[in-house]
Design a protein around this ligand. Structure first.
Ligand code: URA
Length: 422
């Protein structure tokens, strides 16, 4: 087998055989296929696609590139969720302890920010002392003791994806349904969860911009999970507007804690409860009541234990950016749109995300929203506050936001946005 013939097959719109797929994933993981060759193949896949059988084989080869975890010794059923990525998407933070408080075990392997989208690990690292990297034994111990753990995937889990994902990030090959589906599902299947709820984001702030693409991605992933014995369901949810009122690491942790304390923005609560119900149902706990666990403080108790178990101080002050800049409404009326992608890019430019893989993120950086579409606004009132430690970045963030919002004279009810679960 040689890599050039594999690249040519896909470049010329052919089907990759099982042998070609197994060989190229293994050779890339071992380093005998070079990054430039794999990036040519990834681009050919992005342009020419893969059929379902090719995606299934590609996913299986990525799973086989590393180890598989086993949670069968746990007393509780396992349930995990994965979001395809969005702006202000802090849902994992309240969701994992909430579902654990209702009786499931939640092994949440999470990622870092990618482009304009935030990453759960970057957010949690703004809590003083909190540690994202756990050994498999530590992860199992936290899961057994607390019921929920949020951590980075170990190096042994789907190493082919780890390499390929970093390569796709810098070669313009992220937005390919076969590559996204196999990347997410190889990690989730290797992780060994019994059930999985996928939150497939749709809209300007998501990787899938149209409902048709999001449906295709969702059904591909549900098929892969089901074929591997994981009870898998998917929700399609809106990502045309940021979730909640914050985008940025510590800002989002603060908002998540508000939700766990019984407050917080309505859309974050709505999506957290919708996903919790799906996870509990998939885990065989349909009678559990997540709204009660949020209201009675039991989800907050699990959150505190989970943060402490990973070295964090749940009571510590969260970092605040050194500088703030407020953008105000130019006219009175109703906020009729607020573009998620633009807010994500602004937060990223302010320092909440990375320009290069090795960059550090700023814990306090990000964007705070003072109004959401459908809200009445008055000329001169604050619309957005930008936070950063590097104020020279304000003009770049403001530039990203130049066309991000619109104010109309229309009546508020008419422009209020649709439900977030599509
Ligand atoms: N998240 C992943 O883990 N992989 C992708 O390809 C996209 C989002």
């Amino acid at each position: 087998m040689d890599v050039i013939s594999v690249i040519r097959t896909k470049r010329d719109r052919g089907r990759l055989s099982d042998e070609q797929i197994d060989w190229v994933i293994d050779a890339y993981t071992r380093g005998t296929v070079a990054d430039e060759q794999m990036s040519a193949l990834a681009m050919a896949i992005l342009l020419n696609g893969m059929d379902r059988a090719e995606i299934a084989r590609w996913t299986a080869a990525m799973i086989d590139s590393g180890e598989r975890m086993d949670f069968s010794a746990l007393a509780r059923p396992t349930a995990d969720k994965h979001s395809t990525g969005g702006v202000g998407d802090k849902i994992t933070l309240p969701l994992a302890p909430l579902v654990a408080a209702c009786g499931a075990a939640v092994p949440q392997l999470s990622g870092r920010g990618l482009g304009h989208t935030g990453g759960t690990l970057d957010k949690l690292e703004s809590i003083p002392g909190w540690r994202a990297s756990l050994s498999n034994e530590e992860m199992l111990a936290v899961l057994g003791d607390v019921g929920a753990v949020i951590c980075a995937a170990g190096d042994g889990l789907a190493p082919a994806d780890k390499k390929l994902y970093a390569l796709r990030d810098v070669t313009g090959t992220v937005e390919a349904i076969p590559l996204i589906a196999s990347s997410i599902m190889s990690k989730k299947i290797a992780e060994g969860t019994g059930s999985l709820v996928l939150d497939v984001k749709v809209g300007s702030g998501a990787f899938m911009k149209t409902l048709a693409d999001a449906r295709e991605l969702a059904s591909t992933m549900v098929g892969l999970g089901t074929d591997h014995g994981v009870r898998t369901v998917a929700l399609l949810t809106d990502m045309s507007v940021p979730l909640g009122l914050t985008a940025g690491n510590a800002l989002e942790v603060r908002e998540s804690v508000e939700v766990l304390a019984g407050g917080g923005p309505a859309d974050v609560i709505e999506l957290t409860l919708a996903l919790a119900r799906e996870m509990l149902d998939a885990a065989g706990l349909p009678d559990a009541d997540p709204a009660k666990a949020l209201a009675d403080g039991s989800a907050m108790d699990v959150w505190r234990r989970m943060i402490r178990a990973q070295g964090g101080d749940p009571g510590a002050e969260l970092p605040v950016a050194r500088e703030q800049h407020v953008l105000t409404a130019a006219s009175s009326g109703v906020l009729s749109s607020l573009d998620a992608y633009a807010v994500g890019v602004a937060a990223w430019r302010l320092g909440a995300g990375r320009a290069r893989k090795e960059d550090a993120v700023q814990a306090g950086a990000g964007v705070e929203l003072h109004a959401k579409p459908g809200d009445p606004v008055v000329a001169g009132q604050p619309l957005l506050t930008l936070h950063t430690d590097t104020p020279e970045k304000f003009p770049y963030a403001a530039e990203a936001l130049a066309d991000a919002f619109a104010i109309s004279a229309a009546d508020a009810a008419a422009s209020a946005r649709a439900a977030i679960v599509l």
